[in-house]
Design a protein around this ligand. Structure first.
Ligand code: PMP
Length: 389
């Protein structure tokens, strides 16, 4: 037995179960068409929903900031790492989300880990949706509070569980748009329960910002409930096309997190270049709501196109999951799609439950109806071919 044998065995097991993972290498900017594994492919699996990763205005603005501020930030936010650009970005995020203040973290993952563990303490209860993102789960794991999982988007189950813990402080946390299913949180129900039982409400806007609501401001705008969530968290890495995480809310919340969130305190601040890209990306959303509308049109068009070809698909968000079930079959369809020049990621356990593997189609505002029809044709054919095996 060598010291590596445990790892080797585990890796073999993953391979046997079709759960072994590799990285796919892209040789171009992330947009509707990409160079991947040496081939040009139509990309229908990126989180760059507004096609902002390669936007010329964003790149120009970021390049100007790079000239002035350089590359690295040189320190953590509370030592030497806060540049004027960070402050500007936080003001733009607060304006987008209509809040008193905002705070940027290095990633969405770090935001969730830092916020949840800072806001809750021993004796508290965290109520978390069973389909919440892994970064929320890990934030809960870092917290000393007790964790209670409620059934997906089920407000009756949530209330029952809150009532089983009378008088205890805590937090209800949910994705706004669920990352692997593309459905939307029952915000009216969640906020009502949080207020009635004097719990903090926290929503993760990673897949909602730039996607839902008439002008892309996210879950609160979708429900016309602006200002109702206590802790509004999000990422800059999806529709905004850059990188970083954020939280926004009251001055008290932000000051508390600046002082208490360990993932904020103890990590070098993001590069001014990424911050600048985020500022310009958010401006594009605020100044150009047509881009969001184009994405929303594409979502409707794609669901229709899939249905016409007999594929069960419904979504109001940029995430359209096509549930396959078997992990091996999902991987096979993904490979067949590649042969037809389409790239869609197959999502498997542990990202989703065992036996619920899926193809996670995501749309961009810049996909054309022709490209979407092409994808629907190819997917229908590949699902049929995989069936026959
Ligand atoms: N929350 C959700 C719902 C996500 O889907 C993700 C990323 N997949 C994150 C948080 C983490 O964000 P980031 O990628 O910026 O770390």
């Amino acid at each position: 037995m060598s010291k590596w044998s445990r790892m080797e065995k585990e890796l073999e097991l993953l391979k046997e179960k079709n759960l072994f993972r590799n990285m796919t290498i892209f040789d171009s900017a992330q947009s509707t068409q990409v160079m991947v594994e040496g081939e040009q492919r139509y990309l229908f699996s990126s989180n760059s929903y507004l096609d902002m990763c390669n936007d010329s205005k964003v790149k120009e603005y970021a390049a100007g900031v790079m000239d002035e501020y350089g590359i690295g930030s040189g320190g953590s936010r509370l030592t030497t790492g806060t540049s004027r650009i960070h402050i500007q970005l936080e003001a733009v995020i607060a304006a987008l989300k209509k809040r008193e203040a905002a705070l940027v973290f290095n990633t969405g993952y770090m935001a969730n880990a830092g916020i949840i563990s800072a806001l809750t303490r021993k004796g508290d209860v965290i109520y978390s949706d069973e389909l919440n993102h892994a970064s929320i789960i890990d934030g809960c794991r870092l917290s000393k509070a007790d964790l209670v999982i409620y059934r997906h988007n089920d407000m009756k189950d949530l209330e029952k569980k809150i009532r089983a813990n009378p008088g205890r402080c805590g937090l209800i946390v949910s994705d706004g748009v669920f990352s692997m299913d593309g459905d939307i949180v029952n915000l009216p129900g969640l906020v009502e329960l949080a207020n009635r039982y004097e719990l903090l409400s926290m929503i993760d806007e990673a897949h909602a910002t730039g996607v839902i609501g008439a002008t892309g401001r996210g879950t609160e705008e979708y429900y016309s409930m602006e200002g109702s969530v206590d802790v509004l968290m999000g990422t800059l890495s999806k529709s905004i096309g850059s990188e970083g995480g954020f939280v926004c809310g009251s001055h008290t919340l932000i000051q508390y997190l600046i002082n208490k969130a360990r993932s904020f305190l103890f990590s070098t601040a993001l590069s001014p270049v990424s911050m600048a890209a985020s500022i310009q990306g958010i401006r594009q959303i605020m100044e150009c709501p047509q881009r969001v509308r184009k994405l929303q049109d594409n979502i409707r068009y794609c669901c229709e196109a899939l249905k016409k070809r007999g594929i069960n698909a419904f979504s109001e968000t940029a995430i359209i999951p096509v549930i396959i079930g078997d992990e091996g079959r999902a991987m096979e369809i993904m490979e067949l799609l590649k042969q037809r020049s389409y790239y869609i990621s197959a999502i498997r356990y542990p990202t989703v439950a065992k036996g619920s593997a899926r193809l996670r189609i995501t749309l961009m505002s810049s996909h054309t109806p022709k490209e979407i029809d092409g994808l629907a044709d190819a997917l229908a054919a590949c699902m049929m071919n995989a069936n026959e095996r």
